[in-house]
Design a protein around this ligand. Structure first.
Ligand code: VG1
Ligand code: CO
Length: 542
């Protein structure tokens, strides 16, 4: 039986950088998740009889919300749901299923790298038929609807078994539970030369992959250990857990510290990698060297032709604005376009759809390509492995040669987490108001060349996205960028991105924080971080 349930709007359902993210207890309020799901459906049209892909990173509350989606999709008239077994789908795997089976779109349940559990984070995101995060036009419509919603439709049904592969009918809608890994692993096999990678592992190459108790565990086991023959034990923490074992599934130097230490230690394997809660991010660490995501993007782009999927070369490279300019130099050398977009993968979709870019990346450990419309952690690992196999050199040699050829972009991000929202907004507003006066001023011996509030003009659909981060460029090519996170669930997070270009090989071996010390001090002086937030130092440095 289908019911129409009366409801009242919530005023806080504005999707952020990557969907709606809130604490679990917020989602557990009566009607909260239902309102948002119905708002998604109301913002779409023509879905009668169409397919929707559904899955998540397995975090706490995943199963409950999947049951709600099933009951509501049936009541709203969808033709079919395709659900990952156990409710599991990594974000890139969901993107692939949407594309492969020509679904109308997908609902991905994740709060990515944020912790999971009864008091931690949850999220709901809608992806469109190209497999990518809904563009702002759709997320704005969802938000607008959520402020007016008065009712939702839901079917009164028993809980549907999502653990058994197969098809069942629910109120005239087909629910198909699929293997979450197979199609994705097959696609990876079509992009990369798995024979070459098998030979690499046969030759004694050792790798450590840390799934951080998040969604990539089953994918990594299948691809690295079963299909590529990496030694058993290559993958660690590969059982997805609803609370990620109590950790942050955030593959950075803070939360994946153990991996970093192993890779710097005497018995380090040749290659170390990790991925985040929903499998779209990657951390790359070679023996004795951490590769910043911005450098990783540049190295992957410069060497992509070693993999069968990219032998014809790249159409272009896209990076988010705060990501370092290392990839720009590669694009220049290759004679291809370089596109600078706002933070968040949704902005890459149009460039990929239009065939203007092939590889995209963000400084936040996200890299991906035109094979899906999300960033893809395991894809990045496989491309790195392909490069290591083809070049027969270590990660360190490859990165150092890259710097020698292109110069090094010293880069770091300083996060100030859980700052009071009014203070964070005050800091940004003050900076914005001062922008016209900054050019020409001297700060700590550096001269400001230009300063602006980044606005993106999408070259494909002409849409404009404003207020995407304050950029301050200094003479000589260094810069600092300030923006507020759009994925947090409590207070505000101020992100400060610091970059300095160094052409001289003799100066490529400096400690990053020391190499950036002057700029870090200038950022403090310009923005008054301590004055506004009371914080003397960042909570996370990546
Ligand atoms: C962060 C990152 C951004 C990334 C986004 C989603 O956003 O900075 O680069 O696309 O998370 O990634 P923000 O607004 O907090 O800076 V994920 O892996 O959380 O889906
Ligand atoms: Co993620």
């Amino acid at each position: 039986m289908i019911r129409t349930v009366a409801t009242t709007p919530f005023d806080d359902q504005k999707p952020g950088t990557s969907g709606l993210r809130k604490k679990v207890p917020v989602f557990q309020q009566a009607h909260y998740a239902e309102n948002f799901i119905q708002s998604i459906f109301d913002a779409l049209s023509g879905f009668e009889g169409k397919t929707l892909v559904v899955g998540g990173d397995g975090r706490y509350y995943n199963r409950e919300v999947i049951q709600k989606v099933i009951a509501m999709a049936a009541a709203n008239g969808f033709g079919k749901l395709m659900i990952g077994q156990g409710g599991i789908l990594s974000t890139p795997a969901a993107s692939h299923l949407i594309r492969k089976y020509k679904a109308l779109g997908g609902i991905i349940l994740s709060a990515s790298h944020n912790p999971g559990g009864p008091k931690e984070d949850f999220g709901i995101k809608y992806n469109a038929e190209n497999g990518g995060p809904a563009p702002e036009k759709i997320t704005d419509a969802i938000y607008a609807r959520s402020k007016e919603i008065r009712e939702y439709r839901i079917a009164d049904i028993d809980e549907v078994d999502i653990d058994t592969i197969g098809k069942v009918e629910v109120e005239g809608m087909t629910v198909e539970v699929v293997d979450p890994v197979r199609d994705y692993a097959d696609m990876m096999e079509s992009l990369f030369d798995f024979n070459a990678l098998r030979r690499l592992f046969e030759s004694g190459f050792r790798m450590r992959f840390d799934a951080m108790h998040a969604v990539t565990g089953p994918y990594a086991k299948e691809i690295f250990e079963r299909r590529l023959g990496a030694a058993e034990g290559t993958c660690r923490n590969f059982h997805p857990l609803p609370d990620f074992g109590g950790h942050h599934p955030d593959p950075n130097l803070v939360h994946a510290r153990h991996l970093y230490e192993e890779m710097m230690g005497p018995d380090a394997p040749d290659f170390g990698a990790a991925s985040d809660g929903d499998g779209d991010r990657n951390l790359i660490i070679g023996k004795g060297i951490f590769v910043t995501p911005s450098d990783s993007l540049a190295v992957l782009a410069a060497n992509a032709r070693v993999a069968p999927a990219y032998t014809a070369g790249l159409a272009g490279i896209a990076r988010s604005m705060p990501t370092s300019g290392a990839a720009d130099r590669v694009a220049q050398k290759l004679g291809i376009g370089l596109y600078e977009t706002p933070t968040g993968w949704k902005f890459f979709g149009n460039l990929l759809d239009a065939g203007m870019a092939t590889i995209c990346g963000e400084e936040s450990a996200g890299t991906g390509s035109s094979h899906v419309r999300e960033k893809d952690g395991l894809w990045a690992v496989l491309l790195w492995l392909s490069i290591l196999a083809a070049r027969g050199e270590s990660v360190k040699e490859i990165v150092e040669k890259h710097w020698a050829e292109f110069g090094r972009n010293y880069y770091s991000r300083h996060d100030y987490e859980e700052v009071e929202t009014v203070h964070a907004n005050g800091l940004i507003k003050e900076l914005r108001d001062r922008l016209p006066d900054l050019p020409g001023t001297q700060v700590r011996g550096l001269t400001v060349e230009t300063a602006d509030d980044f606005a993106y003009h999408d070259p494909v659909d002409g849409s404009i996205s404003e207020h995407q981060g304050i950029r301050i460029l200094f003479e000589g090519g260094s810069r600092v960028v300030f923006r507020l996170s759009g994925t947090g669930t409590s207070g505000a997070t101020l992100r400060v991105y610091i970059e300095r270009y160094e052409p001289e090989s003799a100066r490529h071996g400096l400690d990053t924080q020391q190499a950036l010390a002057g700029l870090i001090a200038a950022a403090e002086e310009i923005a008054g971080i301590r004055r506004h937030t009371g914080r003397g130092r960042p909570s996370v440095i990546t």
